[in-house]
Design a protein around this ligand. Structure first.
Ligand SMILES: [Zn+2]
Ligand SMILES: [Zn+2]
Length: 289
């Protein structure tokens, strides 16, 4: 077994990796967004306005939470595939005129974490998720659920895991906070990091030391030899999910559980934890090792 991915010895920080402000098509400014998310217990937010590479260091305003740089790119690549891509980290200045492929290469060269955004809403096929060496995919996008229910990236995540078990799963809001798209706090990530600082959060995300959620909480993930022990908020199911139909579970449709211990089968190419609560809301870890 490889070194476990989850180090849960530090503090958990709640954040959102996909937010739009008035800098693009969002309805609120950074102070208003920060105030709103602060009421829901968020510690950090990424600025991911369309084609606006943010620069949080240049912004001297005081906020009740940490802002971290990002950008969302969209466009059609030379194969004719239409993408939206969330890039986490400081990207060089660019505009829509930069062009999609050029923008993607610039963001990647600057070390950004590249996330395939809302693939179901964009009409991406699972094989589209295997191009561009994305680091991860949105398994859940809250505003797409609000718009037309096409919020899942689970099938794309499975396809990406078949290629590399390092693929990362993200639940996000894609909050716009305007009249047409008012929803927020429906999908987020919880990062385990030594401190609340932009570089530490980015590094923990790169390592996959976070989980995504629409509600359920993970309190700890620990290893005892080849066994993994997971402690959670009360949920219907704690599942160990493997390739295709492989799966183990603790739980039922009638009772709630808060702990599971699994032997991770040697022959599985990957395994991650999925939670499902009594409202059907899910949470996902990245692969465990
Ligand atoms: Zn988008
Ligand atoms: Zn977006």
């Amino acid at each position: 077994m490889q070194i476990p991915r989850y180090d849960t010895s530090n503090k958990w920080f709640k954040g959102n990796t996909h937010i739009h402000s008035k800098m693009s098509d969002g309805g609120k400014n950074f102070s208003e967004i920060a105030e709103l998310y602060n009421t829901k217990g968020y510690d950090f937010l990424f600025r991911t306005d369309h084609w606006v590479a943010s620069d949080v260091k240049a912004d001297k305003t005081e906020y009740p939470l940490l802002w971290i740089d990002g950008i969302e790119l969209d466009g059609t690549d030379r194969a004719g595939v239409y993408y939206h891509v969330v890039c986490l980290g400081k990207a060089p200045t660019m505009t829509r005129e930069t062009g999609f492929e050029n923008g993607m290469n610039l963001a990647k060269a600057s070390g950004a974490i590249m996330i395939l955004a809302h693939p179901e809403w964009s009409g991406n096929r699972t094989e589209d998720a295997l191009r561009w060496d994305f680091h991860g995919v949105e398994v859940y996008n809250h505003v797409c659920r609000w718009l037309n229910g096409k919020s899942s990236g689970s099938a794309h995540f499975s396809a990406m895991l078949d290629k590399s078990k390092d693929a990362l799963a993200f639940a996000s809001d894609d909050a716009h906070l305007n009249v047409a798209e008012p929803v927020f706090d429906g999908g987020w990530i919880i990062v385990n990091a030594p401190s609340l600082d932009g570089e530490n959060i980015l590094q923990a995300i790169r390592l996959g030391n976070f989980y995504s959620s629409c509600g359920p909480e993970i309190h700890s993930i620990s290893y005892e030899g080849k066994k993994v022990r997971v402690k959670t908020s009360p949920v219907r199911f704690i599942r160990l999910v493997g390739r295709n139909g492989s799966g183990l579970r603790n739980g039922s449709f009638s009772d709630l559980v808060e702990e599971a211990v699994f032997d991770i089968p040697e022959e599985w190419p990957y395994a991650y934890i999925e939670l499902e609560d009594e409202y059907g809301r899910k949470a996902w870890t990245n692969t465990l090792a």
